[in-house]
Design a protein around this ligand. Structure first.
Ligand code: FES
Length: 104
């Protein structure tokens, strides 16, 4: 992971607790989620058929896809019913009130 790959995505205060937001750093489809104060960044397209994850439900650390209800752990990106599948997870950091994602 290179330090030059940190890309600004959103003001930290724009992402409320228990909320998700779609962002597109460098054109990449990413969903942000905040749970218990921590911010997570995952691939924004479902691992099943590519539906937009941000339109799903966030309950605790579980994201449910809006299309066919596949559920993913927001911390690891793993599909809960078959952990060998999942969403890519990206590192996130907050600096000076801004959120940055590292695309690697
Ligand atoms: S596209 Fe997400 S569960 Fe089918």
């Amino acid at each position: 992971m290179s330090a030059i790959n940190w890309t600004f995505v959103l003001d930290d205060t724009s992402l409320g607790e228990g909320r998700m937001a779609p962002v597109y750093p460098l054109g990449v489809n990413v969903v942000l989620a905040r749970v218990s104060g921590a911010v997570y960044a995952l691939s924004g397209a479902c691992a099943h058929m590519g539906c937009p994850i941000f339109m799903g439900r966030l309950e605790g650390h579980t994201i449910s896809c809006p299309c066919h209800d596949w559920r993913f752990d927001v911390r690891t990106g793993k599909f809960i019913d078959a952990p060998e599948l999942g969403l890519r997870v990206y590192p996130v950091k907050s600096e000076a009130g801004k959120l940055f994602v590292n695309l690697g």
